[in-house]
Structure formats: structure tokens, C-alpha cells
Design a protein around this ligand. Structure first.
Ligand SMILES: [Zn+2]
Length: 313
């Protein structure tokens, strides 16, 4: 466990303590011990501090258990393969927008691709590269006909040709140093290339504000929690313009009218100090997905004064 001297979203800081936790169940490599969330005073992103470090992260995500039946935050058994399929309506939304905006040429790379479900929806015949460290998930991605690189995000070098799109769907916030990865990866995109940052957890959302430490998505391997403002502020100087935003809920397995009403009731009880123990319910705005496009110019051109005609007859 290492204390981070600077923000792992913007590279600045300082970081100030916000919440501390004792994990409800033992977490591998943390021994069930406490973990702490700090907020960056420069950009507003929250993050684990100290963080588990790259070795612990790799053991956690490479484990075969990641793709075996486990318990969700509501302590219900979940088959990760079935859960991934349940995301299809949400992923179709992303894929539809990406397909409409993709440059004509260039590969699409999905880093932290899991079983490759999201990437498989980009089906216009171009090269599709799935980067996934977990062996079980890599095999499932290959069975979908994707080109698979079984490796870690941090181990990637620049692609041979500029990418038409880079997808990081529910994966960027698992990296120990998302700031360092983004600083490299933005240069892998072709001008006009797209970057999907899917499922980033918003620590400023209504549910997190109401439930505090009981917010269901605070977890020691969700390492960075950028607010929407922090996402825009940090990516804009890289020359990335925001072209679409989603707050997935009703399209996910966690969202329905009944679940929404129950989550509202739980929030009302929590506000009154009457809520039972356990995590919060899923709620709109808990996670946000962003689609950025790399601009040709990093800065806008100044508008020149109209030239006076020098033509004479
Ligand atoms: Zn920051």
C-alpha cells in the first residue's frame, strides 16, 4: 500500500481525506483492512489513498475468480458472463454512437475488454483489438472472433497505426495510474479518433452524497472516481472534445422502475437516519460514460478580421 503524493487523475493535488472504510468482507491483498478515499483539491477527483499498488491489482484482476460466480454488492450470486450479456442494451447505445462517428480507417482497440462483448458490437469490418489480462476472459473474447492481446494496459506500446477508437469500458478506474495511461494513450488516436470512457463512478452523484460510506460502488479496486467536471477539465487540454454523455441505469441489469422506487425509499430513510445497514441501491447517475473525439487542433483558431479586397480592375 503506497501513499500517493499527487492526484492520479490530473497529476496535481494536494489530496485531502474524505472517507474511510473497513471493508465489509475481506478483500484479497487488503486483508479486510481499512481503505481511504481522498479528494484532489485541483481537479475534484476522488481516489484510493494509499492505493493497493500494481502487484495487488494484477493479482486481483488476473484471478480466475473474476470470471466465476460471485456475490454482487447486494450479496446475490452473479455469473459474470451472464452479467456481461445483461449489459447489451447499454453497450448497443455506445456502439451505435461510435459507429456513426468513427473515422473511415483505423483499428478499434478495447483495453480491459473482458469477454469482448462491447467491442464485438463494432462490426463494420475493421480490425478489432481486445486487450484483456484475464485468461478466461481473453478466451471468451477470442471466441467472438476478436484479435486478442492478453496483457495489461500499462504494458502496451503505441500501435503501429493511429487508432480510430480506443474503448475503456469499466476499466480505466481499475488502473493504479490512470493519469499516466491516458497521457500516453491519447497520442495513439488518429485526428478525429474516438475515446470511450465507460462506467466511471461519480462520487458527487446524489446517491453517493446521501449514502456516504454505504455507497455501493466504493471499493478498493475501484481506484479513481473522477467527477464529471474532473473528467472534462483533465481531458480537454489533451485536445479531446466531449461528444456524448450517458448515465446508464434503466438499460442495465441494475435498473428498473421497481428498483428505482426502492432506492428512492432507501435514500429517504437514510436522510432520516432510519436506513438499515448494507450498501445503497443502484441509482441513475452513479456511473457516467463519456465519448470524446480527438480534435485536429488542440486550441481554437482566433477569428481573423475579414481581409479587405486588394483586387482592382
Ligand atoms: Zn486531481
Amino acid at each position: 500500500m503506497r501513499l500517493t503524493p499527487v492526484c492520479r487523475w490530473c497529476g496535481a493535488g494536494p489530496l485531502v481525506p474524505r472517507l474511510s472504510f473497513r471493508t465489509p468482507a475481506p478483500v484479497p491483498d487488503l486483508g479486510g483492512g481499512p481503505f481511504f478515499l481522498h479528494a484532489c483539491q485541483a481537479c475534484g477527483a476522488w481516489q484510493l489513498n494509499p492505493h493497493p499498488g500494481p502487484e495487488a491489482s494484477r493479482r486481483f484482476f488476473a484471478s480466475p475468480d473474476r470470471w466465476m460466480v460471485g456475490l454482487d454488492p447486494d450479496q446475490r450470486p452473479v455469473n459474470p458472463l451472464e452479467r456481461a450479456e445483461g449489459r447489451l442494451p447499454e453497450y448497443r447505445q455506445y456502439a451505435g454512437t461510435i459507429m456513426a462517428l468513427l473515422p473511415e480507417t483505423g483499428a478499434v482497440m478495447d483495453v480491459g475488454a473482458g469477454t469482448g462483448l462491447m467491442l464485438s458490437l463494432i462490426d463494420d469490418g475493421r480490425t478489432r483489438l481486445a486487450v484483456e489480462p484475464n485468461a478466461m476472459a481473453s478466451r471468451a473474447a477470442a471466441e467472438r472472433g476478436l484479435s486478442v492481446i492478453q496483457d495489461w494496459a500499462e504494458a502496451l506500446g503505441p500501435p503501429e497505426r493511429p487508432l480510430a477508437a480506443l474503448i475503456m469500458n469499466q476499466s480505466l478506474d481499475h488502473l493504479p495510474r490512470p493519469d499516466l495511461f491516458l497521457a500516453q494513450a491519447v497520442h495513439w488516436l488518429a485526428p478525429g479518433g474516438l475515446m470511450l470512457l465507460g462506467g466511471l463512478i461519480n462520487p458527487a452523484c446524489l446517491s453517493a452524497r446521501v449514502h456516504g460510506p454505504s455507497f455501493r460502488l466504493f471499493h478498493p479496486f475501484h481506484q479513481v472516481y473522477p467527477t464529471p467536471a474532473a473528467v472534462r477539465r483533465v481531458l480537454a487540454p489533451f485536445g479531446l472534445e466531449l461528444v456524448a454523455v450517458w448515465r446508464p441505469y434503466f438499460q442495465t441489469p441494475h435498473g428498473s422502475a421497481g428498483k428505482f422506487l426502492r432506492a428512492c425509499g432507501l435514500m429517504a430513510l437514510r436522510c432520516l437516519g432510519l436506513a438499515p445497514g448494507g450498501p445503497s441501491g443502484a441509482f441513475p447517475g452513479n456511473t457516467v460514460s463519456y465519448l470524446f473525439r480527438r480534435k485536429v487542433l488542440f486550441h481554437s483558431l482566433k477569428v481573423e478580421a475579414p481581409a479587405t479586397s486588394s483586387l482592382s480592375v
